[in-house]
Design a protein around this ligand. Sequence first.
Ligand code: G6P
Length: 367
Amino acid sequence: TAVEKGNYRHFMQKEIFEQPTVVAQTLGSYLRRSDNSVALPQFDFDLSSVKRITIVACGTSFYAGMVAKYWFEQFARVPVDIDVASEFRYREPVLEKGGLALFISQSGETADTLAALRHCKENGQTIGVIVNVPTSSMAREADLLLPTHAGPEIGVASTKAFTCQLAVMAALAAHMAVKKGLMSRAEEQEVVTHLLEAPACLNAALDHDEDIASMAHLIAPARDVLYLGRGPDFPLALEGALKLKEISYIHAEGYASGEMKHGPIALIDDEVPVIVLAPSGPLFEKTVSNMEEVRARGGQIVLISDAEGLEHAGEGCLATIEMPRVHPLIAPLVYAIPVQLLAYHVACVKGTDVDQPRNLAKSVTVE
Ligand code: G6P
C-alpha cells in the first residue's frame, strides 16, 4: 500500500515527526525493558573478539557512522576506521583478519557502499549491516543483520533513518562493551535507561517546531551558513549543513567547533549565520569561547542548547532553540531534530521542492 502524507505538507515533515515512534520501535527490538539490558539478535559470531571496526557509508548514513565511532571507542574501546564508500573502495584499506566491517544504509542499495561491502567480504571481514530495507541487497549479504525499524522513508533527504541508525549503533556499542567485560551490569542498565529516554526527549525537541519555523526567515536569505559542534555532536553539525544544502540550496559547511579558527573564521561577518550545537556539559565552555570568536567578528549566532546552556550563553544571539536537557549519549539523536526542522522550514520559506530536491536521488545505485 502506498505511503501517504496524512496531515503533513511533505513526506520529510511527516518523517521528522515520526521519529519518537520509530526510534522507540527500533530501540524496542534491541533493548529489553524488563531488566534494562541490551538484547541483540543471536549471531554466530563473537563480538568480544573484535580488534578493529571499519565503518563505511555515504551521505547521512556516513554521519551516523561518525557518531557511532565515538561510542564504539568510548564504550567498547575498539579502534574504529571510518570512510565514505567512494573513497574506501579505491584506496587500499588494511583489513586484518577478525575485523568487523559495518555498513550503514537506509536503502541497502547504494552502489558505492555495496561495492565496499563486497570488498570487505573478499578480505575476510565479518559483515555487519545496519539497514532500513530488510529485503535489500546489503541485508542479504550480511553476517550480522541489524535492521532499523524506521518504516519506508520517502523524502529524498534522510531523517528518521538517521536517528534509528544511531539507536541501533548505541545498542551495539553497549553490547560489545558488555561482551568485552568493559561495562558492568549496573552501567549497562544506566545506558539502556538513557536510551529509553530518547523517544520522550525527541518529542520534547519536536515541541519547538513552531519556534524554528518562525526563525527560518532569518536564515533563508543567507548565502552561506556555518554549523559548529563538538565531540559526538560534531557529526550533527555536518549533518545539519548537509540537510540545509540538500533541500534549501544554501551553501553550508559543518565544522568541529575548535577547528573553526583554522579556516572558516575567515568567512565570518554579519551575513554568515553560525548555527552552534552545544548541549551543556563538560565541553560547553570551550564552545562558548568559540562563540565569542564569532561574535568578535560580528557573526550572528543561532545557539541550539538546553535551558542551562541558553541561560549561560544565549544572550546576544540572533536566535536560540531550546532543547531538553539530555544525557550526552542521546544528544546526537535529540539534536538531529532541530537541524532537520531548521533545514525543512528554511526550504519552505524558499519554496523549494522539499521531498524531491533538484539533482538528488533517494538511492544512488550508480557509481
Ligand atoms: C542519497 C540520499 C541521502 C542518503 C544517501 C545514502 O544521497 O539522498 O539521503 O543519506 O544517499 O543512502 P543510503 O540509502 O545508503 O543510506
